[in-house]
Design a protein around this ligand. Structure first.
Ligand code: DC
Length: 223
């Protein structure tokens, strides 16, 4: 039986940073499910689809072949055979991923792929619906969150460090819009699974969160 850890939470809560670090300490594969929705969104953007044109989004998503590849602990996301890791980390792609992932037909094939990966590997998987829909039987579920101001500040720091000019208030507003969309969509909305452990990282350092989740994993593994 594979060992599965699910981490869900809103944009910018630190899920990927934390999941990567925990994966390294425990020898698990880190699966970033947001990257799959982002790859699909990139394909939608590249095809100049309007953000209200659901039919076209469904058509493109049905044709798209999205897969993951793991090498030396690093995940690559491929769409129709092309590695698109370098193109999916923009706000534009994130926002389109949030819009298009609300469409049930878009989620279907992506969720099936995620379930198969989890069945075959010891993994820590992050996203919005992992504990509730993708891996309801996960060995450990975490709901990782932080206040929207705190999350916006982290994102602002990341972008300014990269030399990208941005505005804190706009980032906070976009984060809140994304939270609302992800939490209020009909299919697989972001919510805490009833059996998930709530971790609020607003006043915690990355190391503190990693240690906390690492210890919860050890308890579950019975180590
Ligand atoms: O975690 P992220 O920012 O890379 O995710 C981008 C968008 O993809 C997010 O706003 C909602 C969607 N998403 C989803 O619906 N389900 C997931 N498991 C992961 C991401």
């Amino acid at each position: 039986m594979s060992f599965n850890v699910a981490i869900d939470g809103p944009a910018g809560a630190g899920k990927s940073t934390i999941a990567k670090a925990v994966a390294k300490k425990l020898g698990l594969i880190y699966v970033d499910t947001g990257a799959m929705y982002r790859a699909n969104a990139l394909n939608i953007i590249r095809n100049n689809v309007d953000k209200n044109d659901k039919e076209k989004m469904i058509e493109l998503s049905k044709k798209a072949d999205i897969s993951l590849k793991f090498e030396n602990g690093e995940q690559s996301v491929l769409i129709n055979g092309e590695n698109v890791n370098a193109f999916i980390r923009t706000e534009e792609v994130g926002n389109m991923a949030s819009i298009s992932s609300a469409i049930p037909e878009v989620r279907k094939a992506i969720v099936d792929t995620q379930k198969r990966i989890a069945l075959e590997n010891d993994i820590i998987m992050d996203g919005r619906d992992i504990g509730t829909v993708v891996l309801p039987q996960a060995d450990l579920k975490i709901y990782l969150t932080a206040g929207s101001y705190e999350r916006a500040k982290r994102r602002y720091r990341e972008l300014t460090e990269k030399g990208i000019e941005c505005d804190l208030e706009t980032i906070q507003k976009e984060i809140e819009e994304r939270d609302y969309r992800d939490m209020h969509r009909e299919m697989s909305p972001l919510k805490q699974a009833f059996d998930a452990v709530l971790v609020d990282s607003s006043d915690m350092t990355i190391d503190e969160v990693v240690d906390h989740i690492y210890n919860l994993c050890l308890q579950k593994k019975g180590v």
